[in-house]
Ligand binder design. Structure first.
Ligand SMILES: Nc1nc2c(ncn2[C@@H]2O[C@H](COP(=O)(O)OP(=O)(O)O)[C@@H](O)[C@H]2O)c(=O)[nH]1
Ligand SMILES: Nc1ncnc2c1ncn2[C@@H]1O[C@H](COP(=O)(O)OP(=O)(O)O)[C@@H](O)[C@H]1O
Length: 217
């Protein structure tokens, strides 16, 4: 029974959502993801499995689950992934466990995955998916960010720059596109998207009961 003293938005049950952040490498999705996870208790990261080597500062189990190729292949065979894709010569996959049950319980998940993974998740779980693409303000700035991050060799940076245009070409497969010029502004925009998407009628599973009670009173 809904109490008139409680705001429906505080009490109504809702289904969780899957917020996907994609961008060309270096445009800022890891930075925005970390800010969002710190600022918002209702969303947690879907930690991907990868065969790429760990970067300095990355934590196994927190940033990625780092495995070798044989282990990754076993996981594919065991149907461990919601989706997986090869990116930059390594394999990346989204584990299935937790996500489906979590969504039912109102848990939101953040995905830092590329356009291939985005398409696969959208095909499987369309109504739960919110797709956000981040663009750099310019190609020069993208190169500066990749170099300034200081985590990749010149070779790796060159490969990521080569792929940037191809990745940007998928911008129109997303629900929202945000230019990451000023980091604070970009973060605010992504947060506004998250807040608005949580309020969508279809996600507020408690609305039917609430309205029924409202009409009965
Ligand atoms: N399809 C898919 N892509 C992923 C997954 N995890 C990470 N990626 C993507 O793989 C690409 C490379 O990621 P990473 O090596 O961390 O470098 P980054 O581009 O600097 O973040 C990025 O485009 C990520 O979004 C995943 O589970 N599935
Ligand atoms: N708006 C921004 N302005 C300046 N530097 C940024 C901005 N967003 C991210 N960066 C920096 O650019 C580099 C790449 O960002 P990162 O989040 O690792 O990108 P991605 O995860 O998309 O590869 C990092 O050193 C980060 O601190």
């Amino acid at each position: 029974m809904a109490s008139p003293d409680l705001k429906p938005s505080d009490t109504l049950q809702r289904r969780g959502l899957m917020l996907i952040l994609s961008s060309p490498s270096g445009a800022g999705k890891t930075t925005i993801s970390r800010m969002l996870l710190e600022a918002d208790d209702e969303i947690c990261l879907s930690v991907s499995v990868t065969t790429r080597p760990k970067r300095p500062g990355e934590v196994d189990g927190k940033d990625y689950i780092f495995v070798d190729q044989a282990e990754f292949d076993r996981m594919v065979e065991d149907d461990h992934f919601l989706e997986w894709a090869p990116v930059f010569g390594y394999c990346y996959g989204t584990p299935k466990a937790q996500v489906k049950a979590g969504l039912r319980e109102g848990q939101d998940f953040l995905f830092d995955i590329d356009w291939q993974g985005t398409q696969q998740l959208y095909q499987k779980l369309e109504i739960d998916v919110v797709r956000v693409f981040l663009l750099p303000p310019s190609i020069d700035e993208l190169r500066r960010r990749l170099t300034g991050r200081g985590t990749d060799s010149a070779d790796v940076i060159a490969r990521r720059m080569e792929r940037a245009r191809a990745e940007i070409s998928h911008w129109d497969g997303y629900d929202y596109v945000v230019v990451n010029d000023d980091i604070g502004h970009c973060f605010d925009k992504v947060r506004e998207i998250l807040h608005a998407e949580r309020m969508k009628r279809a996600r507020q599973t408690g609305l039917i009961g609430f309205v029924r009670e409202l009409m009965r009173d």
